[in-house]
Ligand binder design. Structure first.
Ligand SMILES: CC1=C(CCC(=O)O)c2cc3nc(cc4[nH]c(cc5[nH]c(cc1n2)c(C)c5CCC(=O)O)c(CCC(=O)O)c4C)C(CCC(=O)O)=C3C
Ligand SMILES: [Fe+2]
Length: 375
């Protein structure tokens, strides 16, 4: 009798999947320690920290982000099972427990030695990509000191992967269709794509040594334009879309990306716009920046201006998004095996490498080691 063939692993050479996220507080006592971790050494004024603390206290001191990641893990498990991929998953955060180092200990405990990472951020920049890579470098070094050998790689920035871009296009289309069905004249309607503001210096240097920078804003503009085209083609409209920003912090003297969503709402109201569809394409779940900065603050601004505002959901656990993430894991595994897998992307958009180029999205404060790159 022959032995049954060892179950083959479509994610070979990876034996584990790491979901890496931002993290957020679970209860009021967590809020200040969380904020201190996020802002350590970054010169965020105290008034801004107190203000942001209030956003969390308004929601009972609990961010929705951790539960959203638990839901994403469950949805990914379902999709992996459907494809008969039994690779274990672990979860770690940059700013709250389970921290990345705790995730690596758990992985090692489970016998996992080479992980492929999904970061819950789709774009290139220091904040949305390299800072996670630095966090991984720190955690892997710490694990090594503890005698735990775990290697970590990651999937490419996926802002233009169909699993992300098509779901965003569908969600915006649905929101517009509903408003128009409700009697809003398309000529009075604007699309606002929203993302997290970052310092302009961080935007200028986002991108690898191989591009002219501004990759963070250019990727958002490109996705916003692609979504606008798709909405217009599907509904036979001629809507205009533009990129705006939320969640600015830092000292007022430091320039950050503008316009702020609230300022732009005021200008649009003045121009006679009646309704806005606000699509947070910069985020993958409805976490605090969405439920406070958009659903609370921007919604209040719109109300005062007499503007009708509809907020589009983020991709969350949409099955097409989740399936796209599994496709990205398989693509990365193919690359790791030295194959040349397909790298699907929104037509005409720039596919980023999954191994970042030297000097990509640099840390402008201190030079720190980062994993998943050539430097
Ligand atoms: C690009 C970007 C993303 C998107 C990519 C990604 O998802 O990673 C993002 C996500 C998030 N940002 C979050 C929270 C915070 N961000 C802060 C501060 C900052 N964010 C920045 C950028 C980004 N942030 C920057 C340049 C700063 C200045 C300080 C610094 O250089 O680091 C601060 C400090 C207080 C304040 O100033 O607001 C907080 C509390 C949460 C958790 C939400 C929840 O709890 O539900 C999430 C998902
Ligand atoms: Fe942030």
């Amino acid at each position: 009798m022959t032995e049954p063939a060892a179950a083959d692993n479509p994610l070979e050479p990876y034996d584990g999947i790491l979901l890496l996220s931002f993290g957020g507080p679970e209860k009021p006592e967590d809020v200040l320690p969380f904020l201190r971790t996020v802002t350590a050494g970054k010169g965020i004024p105290d008034e801004r920290l107190e203000e942001v603390g209030e956003h969390y206290y308004r929601f009972g001191g609990k961010s929705p982000i951790n539960d959203q990641n638990r839901a994403l893990l469950a949805a990914l498990r379902t999709e992996l099972d459907r494809r008969e991929i039994d690779t274990p998953m672990i979860w770690g955060n940059r700013n709250f427990t389970p921290f990345t180092i705790e995730a690596l200990r758990e992985a090692h405990d489970k016998g996992l030695r080479r992980l492929v990472t999904i970061v819950t951020s789709a774009y290139s920049s220091y904040s949305s990509c390299r800072q996670y890579r630095e966090d991984l470098a720190g955690a892997v070094a710490q694990a090594q000191e503890e005698g735990l050998d775990v290697a970590v790689e990651k999937i490419r920035p996926y802002y233009n992967h169909p699993g992300f871009s098509r779901v965003n296009a569908r969600l915006v289309t649905e929101a517009v269709r509903e408003l128009v069905r409700d009697g809003v004249a398309p000529a009075d309607l604007r699309l606002l794509f929203v993302t997290h503001s970052i310092p302009t210096a961080m935007d200028e240097t986002s991108g690898p040594g191989d591009s002219e920078g501004h990759l963070y804003s250019r990727q958002h503009v490109a996705l916003g334009a692609a979504v606008t085209d798709e909405v217009n083609a599907t509904l036979d409209l001629d809507l205009e879309g533009e990129l705006v920003f939320c969640s600015r912090s830092g000292p007022p003297t430091q320039p950050w990306l503008e316009p702020d969503v609230n300022d732009r709402l005021a200008e649009l109201a003045k121009e006679g716009v009646q309704a806005v569809v606000v699509a947070p394409i910069g985020f993958v779940s409805d976490h605090m920046e969405v439920i406070y900065d958009l659903d609370t603050e921007a919604a209040e601004t719109a109300g005062e201006l007499g503007l009708r505002m509809v907020r589009v959901p983020t991709v969350g656990t949409d099955p097409e998004f989740v399936s796209g993430l599994v496709d990205l894991l398989l693509e990365r595994a193919g690359e790791a095996r030295g194959e040349d897998p397909q790298r699907p992307a929104w037509p005409g958009s720039d596919v980023r490498p999954s191994v970042c180029r030297p000097g990509c999205c640099p840390n402008l404060r201190v030079a720190k080691p980062a994993l998943c790159g050539m430097d």
